[in-house]
Design a binder for this molecule. Structure first.
Ligand SMILES: NC(=O)c1ccc[n+]([C@@H]2O[C@H](COP(=O)([O-])OP(=O)(O)OC[C@H]3O[C@@H](n4cnc5c(N)ncnc54)[C@H](O)[C@@H]3O)[C@@H](O)[C@H]2O)c1
Ligand SMILES: O=C(O)C(=O)C[C@@H](O)[C@H](O)[C@H](O)COP(=O)(O)O
Ligand SMILES: [Zn+2]
Length: 353
């Protein structure tokens, strides 16, 4: 069991990483929240597996629980769904002293964070991370967001949770594809962090290996992410590094209309970026090969013909690292050494070619 403490000027919380939290949800939540109403948000895949057990534990501890379930999948990250959840909480009489727990993957976490941060201008928020993406990345750091039309994460807030529970037991029911998607973010983090972490992902040769080492992967990835977000909560500088692979990744994730998962698109984005940065002399030549080997070992995609289409360039404008037509692209000079490279939107077609 490991605990990563995340602290900011105004708030602090623990990320508890173990394989037992699912058996003592009541006491874990009671340790950070006095008794209150809880909106327990989940999705249509996680709900049938874990909602009742979680609700029972919370009720046994004395909490008053409103279960809320949304359809599984990226399309639930919308303002319409968020509005509907807020209306249900208002109808149930939630006040500012109450809270929301997101029980699920990155979709439920991002959506739940938006709802918690907007409801009466902010109520308590806790994440119980059930997918690998959530356990290695999305549950920590306070980025919440929904999509609007075909623009990814365009409306959101920075809103830190009060507690994050990362219990690898939940991964037993996660499909291989959903697990592997989360591993794309692990490879990203290992490359940003250090040669030591990157060497460790080099030992992961199969989906089985991801499952065996899930807890250690979470510990290492969360430790790095926590260090970065504590230095730069609102992404004014170093936090942009966590977006490695995402400028290209988010554009093709949207263009694929549900055919590509987030972590798959990020895997393609990292390779596209590193190849082009090697051509520009920024990245070292062997970096693309090393990244590709890790991603392809578990079946992640590393190329896409969606890159470079006119719709692709249209999407780049909404990247949050765009400042007045100048894109701040994350590149790796070498492992453990990310840098920001600026390119104007006008230069992107030549760069991407
Ligand atoms: N806020 C952040 O910092 C951050 C970081 C990374 C990704 N994200 C966002 O997270 C989302 C991707 O996250 P994701 O991969 O978790 O997607 P997801 O939440 O859609 O989960 C993937 C699938 O796995 C299912 N699932 C989750 N846990 C399960 C379990 N224990 N057993 C069985 N099924 C389970 C879900 O129902 C879903 O069908 C994207 O929207 C992405 O933009 C946000
Ligand atoms: O926490 C961060 O900062 C990240 O960038 C983590 C990313 O993996 C995540 O996908 C994030 O939601 C992307 O954010 P966005 O600002 O590009 O929408
Ligand atoms: Zn991501």
């Amino acid at each position: 069991m490991a605990t990563v403490h995340v602290s900011f000027d105004q708030t602090a919380y623990d990320v508890k990483i173990n394989n037992t939290a699912h058996t003592r949800i009541g006491s874990e939540i009671l340790a950070v929240w006095p008794l209150r109403k809880i909106a327990l948000l989940t999705d249509s895949h996680v709900g049938p597996l874990y909602l009742t057990k979680t609700q029972q534990q919370l009720e046994a501890a004395g909490f008053d629980v409103l279960p809320l379930q949304v359809p599984a999948g990226e399309q639930s990250k919308s303002l319409t769904v968020a509005g509907d959840l807020i209306a249900k909480m208002a109808k149930a009489g939630f006040t500012r002293g109450d809270g929301l727990i997101a029980l699920g993957g990155g979709v439920v976490g991002d959506l739940g964070g938006v709802v918690a941060s907007l409801y009466m201008r902010g109520i308590g928020f806790i994440q119980i991370a059930t997918s690998l993406t959530a356990q290695v990345d999305s549950s920590v750091g306070g980025k919440t967001a929904v999509n609007l039309g075909d623009t990814k994460n365009i409306a959101g807030t920075f809103y830190q949770p009060d507690l994050v529970l990362v219990d690898s037991t939940y991964l037993d029911t996660l499909t291989d594809r959903d697990l592997v998607e989360g591993y794309g973010e692990v490879v990203k983090t290992s490359a940003l962090d250090s040669q030591e972490f990157f060497d460790f992902t080099g030992t992961i040769k199969s989906i089985h290996d991801i499952r065996v080492h899930a807890q250690e992967l979470s510990q290492r990835a969360i430790a790095y992410k926590a260090k970065i977000v504590m230095r730069d909560e609102k992404e004014a500088g170093q936090r942009q590094y966590l977006n490695f692979g995402h400028t290209i990744g988010h554009a093709i994730e949207l263009l694929a209309h549900g055919e590509l998962r987030h972590g798959e698109a990020v895997a393609i984005g990292m390779i596209a970026m590193t190849e082009r940065m090697a051509r520009d002399g920024v990245s070292s030549d062997d970096l693309t090969t090393a990244l590709k080997a890790r991603l392809e070992a578990v079946g992640l995609p590393t190329s896409s013909n969606l890159i470079g289409t006119s719709e692709f360039f249209d999407h780049l404008i909404n990247d949050k690292k765009n400042r007045g037509g100048i894109l701040n692209l994350v590149a790796l000079k070498k492992i453990g050494n990310p840098v920001i490279v600026q390119k104007s939107m006008a230069d992107m077609p030549t760069f991407i070619k």
